[in-house]
Design a protein around this ligand. Sequence first.
Ligand code: BGC
Length: 752
Amino acid sequence: MKASKLVSKMTLQEKASLLSGSDFWHTEAVERLGLKQYMMCDGPNGLRKQVGEPDHLGSRESIKTVCYPAACAVASSFDVDMAQRLGETLAKECRREEVSMLLGPGLNMKRSPVCGRNFEYYSEDPYLAGKIAAAYVKGVQSQNVAACPKHFAANNQEYRRMSGNSIVDERTLFEIYLSAFETVVRDSQPKSIMCSYNMLNGTYVSENKYLLTEVLRDKFGFEGFVVTDWGAGKGPAKGVEAGVDLVMPGEDDDHEKEIIKAVEDGELDEALVDKAVCRILDSLMWTDKAPEEEKVSASAFRKAQYQLAKELAEDSAVLLKNNRVLPLKKDSKILFVGEFAKSPRYQGSGSSNINSASVSNALDAAKGRKVSFAQGYDTKDASKAYVLREEAIKAAEDADVIVIFAGLPASYESEGFDRADINLPSEQNKLIADLSTLGKKTVVVMHNGAPVSMPWIDNVDAVLDMQLAGDAVGDATVSLLWGDVNPSGKLAETYPNKLSDNPSFLNFPGDKGNPVYAEGVYIGYRYYEKKRMPVLFPFGHGLSYTEFEYSNLKISKDSITDQDTVKVSVDVWNVGRYAGKEVVQLYVSPDGGRTSRPLKELKGFKKVELAPGETKKVTFTLDKRAFAYYNVDIHDFFVESGDYSIMVGASSSDIRHTVSLHVEGTVELPRNYTLFTPIEDILESSSGKKYLTPIIDKIRKEHREASDNPEALGAGADKMFENMIMEMPILSLASFGMLTKKEVQQLLDKIN
Ligand code: BGC
């Protein structure tokens, strides 16, 4: 039966009961009409299905399953096919476990590197986050399991995440903080979206009609239902009116009673209740149409899951530095140092925490190779640091290469709180510093869900950043270290030199948890580049054991309008000895324009696999959005006419080739100019150009002719005059006696 038909048969009480959960993880059933309960579960990097006591902080048990690399790593793969496979495999498990909806992916922007939940998010770049999320959702929904991108929106810190007020201007909101959500809606239409706890510009998101209805539904075209984050529901009537459909969890029937009362008191239109129930049922009943089940045994399925976890961990690891020490040679004597070689850190804490079936560690995975081990540090007992360090230094005497497994202990990164700084525990920094001065080759393997500072970076020979790599972390690390697999991940966020360099530093977490996003659109590399600020590792950076050359960058047209698309192609050649994958990145940079914009922004990426000597052509198609910024006068994306550089390269700071394209904007900005509008603004419109240019030209000419001694004021004189004219309100044409006030008004009337 169609959802709308079912709803038409329901009593108000039945409908109201469907607007909140029946318990922690289920929707309500309506047995009279044969409507079952639907189950939803966390989480983005594995299935956290709880069959016993529930909780949303990851502290109570869930079923044993495979933990995949966390979102921070998935994004570093820059691999949409891999993200889609991950979604698909997770959904297959949902089907086996009778779970209808998966609460993920998390795609909030990484505004500050210390947000406690950054490991669960993709990137500081909305284009990358949106494309990876869209692929993941496609994968999940290919199995008729509903995906639920979260946490919509502007939830970029954990401090006071349930009460804080994110203060964000309109342009920044659309260009940065809503953009990935827009992409995921437009590209893969998720069946659900989770609204966040926080307020946006003074209104709780769960009561924010502008955000949930006008933007999400009317502007972006979202057709699914909105579920609250667990406990984010506020006043029921206000919530329904704003666009919240399902309030979770539902431990009592308070919400249901309040909805009924609001309808009976005439405060809430029952038609809105019907709409909300319809949206929920439309999406959830769609999950009943399961695709044909694969006949795969539980053990074969588990194997396939682990295999995917390993491939993804290998695909995401970022080789940050390599002075030719990696890959390790088979006959070298290697010393593994660090607790994480034996008990790796491989996932974050909180609601995404997975009860892992089996986690591999590098020490076991390296069995059969020439590897010895020293613990080096103890994450639970810093007082052992000296003794363990001395032991490691002694053990290193016999080694050719020291591989140090470092990273953030679990207590540093979690949902619910932010990190205090970006430092590793000091005993680890000291250990790495000491081991790197022994005259041996040193490699650092990192386990971290967010950037850390590396005060020892110049003294070590290589750094392999595994991030939070999931259950297969040990197996993947070993295959990468010895070169069975070639690293191909790229940083999805900038590693700054120090926390205070970060653009949000002065406003994070904000007074009483009310952050003002004063840095505007300058998040991550958009800021560091504009400030010409050196960073530890730039966005998009990642090395390989082979080398790639780029050539033959071409565009299909030299000039387009913002209604057209343009094709860009480039050849990538593997000139090294190893097979490998390269992430080809495309950035767009406005060459001029009067709007404050980042120097360049990511507008395309493709991951290609190349055998030694092989060349492949990589192509991109760019449309209006690649050149546009969000203009608050028209409340929409807008392209300024002008030249744009299209840059292709291996990272944001390793641009190999650039080509120029002229783009002509076809949208006219509103022309409600007044007597006080500066002349340069009026000249931006076609009618302004037409009617005002001859007058300005005349003034210029008269000025030149009237000047007794044009050289007297030096070369700056013309420029000064030009600026004065351009920046003055049009009324000044009257004040300076060039036109009468009446003539200025007549001119304005013609232009407007
Ligand atoms: C988290 C969500 C999660 C939910 C259910 C909340 O605390 O913010 O991401 O899906 O709990 O566990």
